[in-house]
Design a protein around this ligand. Structure first.
Ligand code: SF4
Length: 272
């Protein structure tokens, strides 16, 4: 049997196996929280922004090729100017209107998004950027001898990949508060990105960042992954897969996790 697991599924299982069971085995609907709707809108805005960067780069290359061929083309024609205002305009296109209980909350989210986009623009415009891909899906084939007769694919999505003088740099956008450097260095999601990049591009990333968009500013937590950490990630993934296949769904309640769990209303061991 072939099994496909997304990083979101693995992450849910690690958070609490029963939460995984409610969501992916029993398929109990959970709706979309305001925080999830806001985060999705930020990702969507930055995806469109990255696509505009890539479209501009393609036009620049076409224009320079045509100039080399001695055609009369004005360099820079059709190239869109990327400004803080155009980024905020993209945010307005993505900003959810029906995810909030009141008009007041919707207005507050819209203004918060505007402020985050202006902060992001400041970060983005501070350096030269060569974007290689945005919102690029990936499939990582994992052989798992622990689970006989079952093959595994881990799926996910890169938010943004940039080319730097040192190599490829993976950026993952977050609207949550930053974690510690130690946590980022051991983060399984980033190790999976490194694994996926190696399978897709034939090289490990030069660096990886969690880019936290917070009202206090943009916080970039940068880290690296070597072959040893990638191999350790594979071991973690195969162990999680084995436990899921063995239907180990024992709950692991805690205040921090249960408080954000969409199933706390139906779970008999919820810590809140
Ligand atoms: S309420 Fe807590 S223990 Fe229950 S499923 Fe959610 S996270 Fe797990």
């Amino acid at each position: 049997m072939h099994v496909s697991l997304s990083f979101t599924q693995l992450s849910t299982y690690r958070r609490c196996p029963r939460q995984y069971e409610y969501c992916y085995i029993k398929k109990i609907p959970k709706g979309v929280s305001e925080a999830e709707a806001f985060g999705a809108a930020v990702h969507n805005t930055l995806k469109k922004w990255g696509e505009e960067e890539m479209a501009n780069e393609e036009l620049r290359m076409k224009n320079s090729e045509k100039q080399l061929e001695m055609f009369a083309v004005e360099a820079g024609s059709d190239i869109r100017k990327l400004t803080a205002e155009s980024l905020v305009a993209l945010w307005h296109q993505s900003c959810p209107t029906n995810a909030y209980a009141t008009r007041f909350e919707a207005d507050a989210a819209r203004l918060r998004g505007e402020a985050l986009m202006e902060l992001f623009y400041g970060w983005w415009s501070a350096g030269k950027r060569e974007v290689v891909a945005v919102e690029k899906g990936f499939f990582v084939a994992v052989s798992n001898e622990q689970v006989a007769g079952s093959s595994l694919t881990v799926t996910g999505r890169f938010d943004r990949i940039e080319r730097t003088p040192d190599g490829l740099h993976i950026i993952d956008f977050k609207t949550s508060l930053p974690r510690t450097q130690q946590e980022v260095d051991a983060d399984l999601q980033l190790s999976i990105y490194a694994l996926a990049l190696e399978q897709d591009f034939g090289e490990l990333p030069a660096s990886l960042s969690l880019l936290h968009l917070t009202e206090d500013g943009i916080v970039e937590m940068r880290t690296h992954r070597g072959a040893g950490q990638v191999s350790d990630a594979l071991k973690q993934i195969t162990a999680l897969h084995g436990r899921i296949e063995a239907r180990e769904f024992h709950p692991t309640p805690s205040l921090a996790v249960c408080r954000r769990c969409p199933y706390r209303g139906v779970c008999d061991v919820a810590a809140v």
